[in-house]
Design a protein around this ligand. Structure first.
Ligand code: AMP
Length: 279
């Protein structure tokens, strides 16, 4: 894998007619990212991974500072998954001047993480549009793990007529159900032992939806009851939303996304599942 630091290096490394797949990441790569890399590797001639801890999407300065970083380890990971290029710009390359123009994602970013992390998705949408303009990929890959991010990107790409195919990759989980995340390594052993309850709570709610429970309030309560068994969780939200616009649902009549955010100590974990009423 060749590491590229500047935008001009990217431009000269990638020919105009090449079929490029881009996987945007913030590094601290794990098997979940690996699933995106492997899929993109299969589907494109050239695989570019970007690694950029984007300051403008962090709403808590401490979170930005403690975000795990190790470019050497990440480069080896990319190499082992067959990536051609790792674009790892500095903040000065991405933001030579304070950013003046921002992409406002609108209603899709109103609820869930968007509500609790003001400005987060505006930062995500802005950096993703910049990355798409720099790399100009044919396909860009995102994980279902961050379902609202995916919905934001789909909405931005559609509304701004960006010529790229957005591809969703299912969430990769640890054997005990915990969604893989760079933040998992910040958990203590005790917190790590409790963390899989998040997925258990989501599954409990999803099971009700599958059994054709139509009240979103009851579906939420079932999951919240699972989390209430562990007082260590500080639940930020547990919501049932429509999977495209990410708006809260009251009566369930089709597929819904059930999403949760909760703190264990100072680590914020998110997870979600898609649930469909059985026909
Ligand atoms: P991040 O580095 O956390 O910004 O994540 C980069 C990309 O990897 C995003 O599109 C995430 O949704 C995706 N991702 C992170 N964790 C997982 C996972 N466990 N399974 C699938 N995709 C993931």
């Amino acid at each position: 894998v060749r590491i590229l630091h500047s935008i001009s290096e990217v431009r000269s490394a990638l020919g105009p007619d090449e079929e490029v797949g881009l996987v945007p990441t913030m590094g601290a790569l794990h098997a979940g990212h690996g699933a995106l890399l492997d899929r993109a590797r299969r589907e494109n001639q050239i695989l570019v991974v970007s690694l950029f801890v984007n300051p403008i999407q962090f709403d808590r300065a401490g979170d930005f500072q403690t975000y795990p970083r190790d470019v050497g380890v990440d480069a080896a990971f990319c190499q082992s998954h067959g990536a051609d290029f790792l674009f790892a710009p500095s903040a000065a390359v991405m933001y030579p001047e304070p950013q003046r123009v921002f992409v406002e994602p609108g209603p899709v970013a109103e609820h869930l993480c968007g509500h609790f992390r003001p400005g987060h998705f505006r930062g995500v949408a802005t950096v993703v549009i910049k990355l798409l303009h720099i790399v100009q990929p044919r396909r860009v890959y995102f994980g279902e793990k961050d379902a609202q991010q995916l919905a934001v990107i789909r909405s931005v790409v559609a509304d701004l007529n960006v010529r790229v195919e957005v591809i969703e990759v299912p969430t990769l989980r640890e054997p005990d159900g915990l969604a893989m995340s760079s933040r998992n390594r910040l958990l203590s052993d005790a917190e790590r032992a409790i963390a899989p309850q998040l997925y258990r709570a989501l599954r409990e709610s999803a099971h009700l939806v599958e059994s054709r429970e139509t009240s979103a309030a009851r579906v939420r309560s079932a999951g919240e009851a699972v989390l209430a068994q562990c007082p260590e969780f500080r639940v930020e939200y547990f919501e049932v939303v429509d999977p495209v616009h990410m708006q809260p649902v009251l009566e369930i009549a089709g597929p819904v996304r059930i999403a949760v955010a909760a703190y264990l100590g100072s680590t914020r974990l998110i997870d979600n599942v898609l649930a469909k009423p059985r026909p």
